[in-house]
Design a protein around this ligand. Structure first.
Ligand SMILES: *Cc1c(COP(=O)(O)O)cnc(C)c1O
Ligand SMILES: [Zn+2]
Length: 448
């Protein structure tokens, strides 16, 4: 099937609370004007169903990493399922997605889970999965500007990765970006990324939730467009992680997806990706989802303890997993809906646990960011508790590149981590430039 022979598909914003209200995806609107619910992108599923599952699979397989713009991108290869109403000429893409997913043999063997896989979503343009959503959002704004919408800037509050992605895609499109960051709560790499891309970087004396409050106020001005994940255009890009995982398993479904969660946008997106594939017949089962939270920022975990009957935002405490230091997640309602459909569980891990989990994984060849450490720590616990079984297939979503968190790793290995027991610390050995001293140090390691 050629790209040109596909029919035109439609999509629109629809209120998550089911009140029936619809908006154009090119309207500047983030919540339902009738009931205040968040908006999801809805697709014309009847039209998509006209193409068979086998045809979709062949189309998506054929586009992977091709040079046929924009379809070689891991997001735009699924354009009909993501944002079909966007003109190809308005796509702002860095050929994001198509990240590697590999079997972590040694780590899997050590923990007694041979079928353990890691999906490296941080091997991306700005070093996190946030690129997947931002290509969609910024492309839509690009089209809105061409339609004459008076947008002056795109803006976000961030724990460091959203802002890096927004600044990059906005710079590629030539759209001004305004970034609100909590001062001293993002890594050095994350702080410098939007600065380098020319964004207006405002470092505020508050936490993420405080930045979010202000950006919501700022974006009441319709000329400043909100790029946080309460804007569901980002979910449409992020859900392609689900498509990629299944495609990488030759269209088979793993038993578990394990991922770190903060604002709860990504779990909603990935869960919806699986639901969409099931609805359109590309898969016939669903994976279970394990959400991992830091103990210090655990509102979803606490709500899960009540079977999601109760929910209270918390005041998030400082955690090494800084990108998920969020106490009042915007997409709570969306995430609970998805978790109920995918038989989800929620686990939490402490600071020492997440740091040791990352370091243990690194010893087997990973280079895990602290958030991936949270996911791994949760995986270890769920395996111990028998929730995840040793003969099951689990895919851990690695959400950011470890190189963005050098400070975390340096502190761990040099014994400067206040929180950690640092069981796997491997400090450098400082020696004079002397052969005997070097040989003695090697011998002292007991290498055989
Ligand atoms: C954003 C982010 C998360 C959490 O995703 P949410 O959609 O906020 O739940 C996890 N890890 C990293 C590295 C992130 O940047
Ligand atoms: Zn509504």
């Amino acid at each position: 099937m050629q790209n040109g022979s596909l029919p035109a598909y439609d999509c629109w914003f629809e209120c998550v609370r089911g009140c029936g209200r619809r908006y154009s995806v090119f309207d500047v609107v983030y919540r339902c004007e009738d009931c205040g619910g968040l908006l999801n992108v809805a697709h014309d599923m009847d039209a998509l169903r006209q193409t068979s599952a086998a045809e979709w699979k062949a189309l998506f397989d054929g586009r992977t990493r091709s040079n046929d713009f924009p379809y070689g991108s891991g997001v735009w290869g699924y354009k009909e399922w993501v944002l079909p109403v966007l003109e190809n000429e308005n796509v702002i893409s860095m050929y994001e997605g198509n990240t590697n997913c590999f079997r972590a043999d040694r780590l899997g063997a050590q923990i007694g889970l041979p079928d353990l896989w890691v999906k490296m979503c941080g091997n991306s343009h700005t070093g996190s999965f946030k690129d997947l959503g931002m290509t969609v959002l910024v492309s839509a704004v690009h089209q809105m500007l061409k339609q004459g919408k008076p947008i002056r800037a795109v803006a976000c509050a961030s724990t460091g990765d959203t802002s890096a992605a927004l600044a990059t895609y906005a710079a590629a499109a030539g759209i001004p970006a305004v970034i609100l960051l909590p001062r001293d709560k993002v890594s050095t790499a994350q702080l410098i990324q939007p600065i380098a891309n020319g964004a207006t970087v405002l470092s505020l004396d508050t936490d993420f939730d405080g930045c979010m409050q202000i950006v919501k106020q700022l974006t009441e001005d319709p000329t400043i467009y909100l790029a946080n994940s309460m804007n569901s255009l980002r979910m449409e890009g992020q859900k392609t992680v689900a498509f990629e995982i299944v495609k990488q398993f030759d269209w088979q479904v793993p038993d578990w997806i394990v991922l770190p969660v903060g604002n709860l946008g990504n779990v909603s997106a990935i869960g919806n990706g699986f639901l969409m594939m099931k609805e359109l017949g590309l898969i016939d089962s669903l994976p279970r989802i394990a959400c991992a939270q830091a103990e210090r920022a655990n509102p979803l975990y606490l709500s899960y303890q009540t079977h999601f009957e109760q929910y209270h935002p918390v005041s998030a405490q400082k955690t090494l997993a800084s990108a998920i230091q969020i106490g009042n997640p915007v997409s709570y309602e969306r995430a609970v809906k998805v978790l109920q459909q995918l038989d989800g569980v929620v686990e939490q891990v402490g600071e020492a646990e997440l740091a040791d989990a990352a370091a243990r994984a690194d010893r087997t060849g990973l280079y895990a960011c602290p958030h991936t450490g949270v996911a791994l720590g949760a995986l270890f616990k769920l395996l111990d508790k028998g929730v995840i079984k040793s003969d099951e297939c689990a895919v851990v979503i690695s959400t950011a590149h470890g190189l963005k968190f050098s400070g975390f790793k340096v502190a761990y290995h040099t014994g400067n981590l206040a929180e950690g027991s640092a069981r796997y610390a491997n400090p450098p050995v400082e020696l004079p430039a002397d052969y005997d001293a070097v040989m003695a140090a090697i011998d002292a390691r007991g290498l055989s």
